[in-house]
Write a protein that binds this ligand. Structure first.
Ligand code: NAP
Length: 531
């Protein structure tokens, strides 16, 4: 079923003599299949093909790219149960979760197909010429977004479908007109091979150029870094650790003659404000929602609520007791891979040595069975503010309560927060009005604000923002989930006095694509009429 090869465009390459295997935390052993580490020459060829293919691919019509994306979705579904079974072995994630994630991945591809068909994402802006303007005439100016070139995508370990080989980064880059080279995640190489096969099949079915997609196997420190340094690469999409994300960012900015953008989604611990009125009104439900969110997917979500800011009031102890009881009822479960499991327990151990931190509940260490058990810590706001180590990501089913004696302390603690993907408010209407200033401070730190619900579970839609200020991401102006993710892989081009025949369809007078465009400062889908 697996040949263990890299995909260099439409060809496969066995790679060097160096082979890697995937460790299954579910089976607690290495899986038998061997995957060959790609050679330097094969990597060069993949990038050369991606560059050559870009020249053709960028000229495909929106309809052709939409059909390609839909065909990828179809081919992924056609793999059927073997895809789910392999991902279960490689990630330890349960069948229902993976089936749901496959559905989300397919819908994500379809969302970009519909975005392409609607077309207005190219942000066409037309300022027609004003030849009679005094003292100077205005030239005809027309602007739109165009693809940047070959994009390297680093698949994430915690979403083997939705943030990996055919995940959001790949879907948005291909939708924009960029070619894609994947650095396959070493924790799910079999899953990667099946999905890469599906993408290649779809590319061939849809008449896309050889090199529109490649998937390479190797280690991050060598292959990943070589890709980031390569002059053919024009942008990088990444989801993973702060350490690797920043290593890539530094390489892309410092170690290249021409720096490129790196869209890395890294570390986020997702603060939650638990406000007094809400505890009074809805304590049981709040505790149960939070316990479910902290432990969902064994806490291996980038939106896991890792900090709970609680204002001291009459019900504080009761709430903490209830949350702890709820958490203790949730059994330890298999984690994604050996290194994530080890760092989770190391992180837990380290945090208990920090000043003022107390463990309210520390589940048994089940690292030898690759299972993550729950943990709940607490610290006061003063110790939190003075110790940035308390903001290190603990990737697993753990959270920390920050006890705030006053609203002022809460505000100071929020000021000390690093950038985050999400911020959540558990509050009544009165709470929300009363603590408006605190919510304001939190708004400055996050990419998405959630009221009276949990941060885990990210809708893939037009308005979604899955991004946030550093260190949640390296570029807080963008999102890696939802339709707007396409904007990471494009740049604006302005055509000045360009002959009508040479203009892209999106900017032509007749508006043949029927786009909503900004014409002389106003949105319209009308054609341009010459005076
Ligand atoms: P990772 O170690 O950051 O690896 C992600 C990808 O980057 C892998 O393909 C990896 O290759 C590559 N890589 C590693 N070091 C690199 C370097 N110096 N230069 C270039 N590429 C490099 O992430 P992970 O294995 O998925 O998980 C590890 C930790 O990341 C977790 O414990 C968690 O803290 C964090 N994480 C965060 C999120 C989030 O959404 N915020 C999601 C997943 C994980 P190799 O496989 O060869 O190392």
């Amino acid at each position: 079923m697996f040949n263990g090869h890299s995909h260099v465009g439409f060809s496969t390459r066995a790679g060097s003599d160096k082979k890697v295997k995937v460790f299954s935390t579910a089976k607690q052993e290495y899986l038998p299949e061997e995957f060959g580490v790609v050679s330097k020459e094969d990597m060069e060829e993949a990038l050369w093909k991606a560059t050559a293919a870009f020249e053709t691919y960028k000229k495909t019509t929106p309809e052709q790219r939409a059909a390609f994306l839909e065909n990828i979705a179809e081919e992924i579904i056609n793999i059927g149960d073997p895809l789910i079974q392999r991902a279960m072995l490689e990630t330890g994630l349960p069948e229902a979760r993976l089936t749901g994630e496959r559905g989300r991945t397919v819908n994500q591809l379809k969302l970009f197909a519909s975005l392409l068909r609607e077309g207005s994402w190219v942000e066409a802006v037309i300022d027609p010429a004003l030849p009679d303007r005094k003292p100077l005439p205005r030239p005809d100016l027309r602007k739109m977004l165009v693809p940047v070139g070959p994009v390297v995508v680093f698949g994430a370990s915690n979403f083997p479908f939705a943030f990996s080989t055919a995940g959001g980064d790949t879907a948005s880059a291909l939708a924009s007109g960029c070619t894609v080279v994947i650095k396959a995640h070493n924790a799910h190489l079999g899953t990667n091979e099946l999905v890469a096969n599906a993408i290649i099949k779809a590319a061939q079915n849809s008449g896309m150029p050889d090199g529109v997609f490649s998937s390479l196997i190797g280690e991050g420190a060598s292959l990943g870094q070589a890709l980031a340094k390569h002059p053919a690469v024009k942008a990088i999409g990444f989801t993973g650790s702060y350490r690797a994300g920043m290593a890539l960012y530094k390489t892309a900015v410092n170690d290249r003659q021409v720096p490129i953008p790196v869209y890395a989604e890294m570390s986020s611990i997702n603060p939650v404000l638990v406000l007094p009125g809400k505890l009074e009104a809805d304590m049981d439900k709040s505790a149960s929602l939070l316990a479910g969110s902290i432990t969902l997917g064994v806490g291996q979500f980038c939106t896991n609520p890792g900090l709970l800011f609680v204002l001291e009031c009459d019900t504080t102890e009761e709430f903490i007791g209830k949350l702890s009881t709820q958490l203790q009822a949730i059994p330890a479960a298999t984690m994604l891979n050996q290194s994530i499991c080890k760092s989770y327990y190391t992180g837990r151990e380290k945090i208990t040595t920090e000043k003022g931190v107390k463990a309210i509940h520390l589940g048994e260490d089940e690292c030898s069975a690759y299972k993550g058990s729950v943990a709940l810590f607490e610290v006061n706001a003063t110790d939190f503010v003075s110790n940035p180590n308390l903001q290190d990501e603990m990737f697993g089913p753990a959270s920390m309560i920050i006890r705030c004696a006053t609203a002022d302390q809460l505000k100071q603690a929020l000021h000390a927060l690093h950038g985050q993907l999400t911020g959540t408010i558990f509050g009544t209407e009165a709470d929300i009005a009363h603590y408006e200033e605190c919510i304001d401070v939190m708004t400055d730190k996050v990419g998405r604000l959630i009221y009276n619900s949990v941060p885990t579970g990210v809708e893939v839609s037009h308005a979604m923002v899955h991004g946030g200020p550093f260190p949640a991401t390296t570029d807080g102006r963008t999102t890696s989930v939802g339709a707007e993710a396409i904007k990471r892989f494009v740049r604006p081009v302005c055509y000045q006095d360009c002959p009508e025949a040479n203009l892209p369809d999106a900017l032509k007078d007749s508006n043949p694509l029927g786009l909503m465009r900004k014409l002389d400062g106003r949105y319209t889908s009308d054609p341009v009429t010459k005076q």
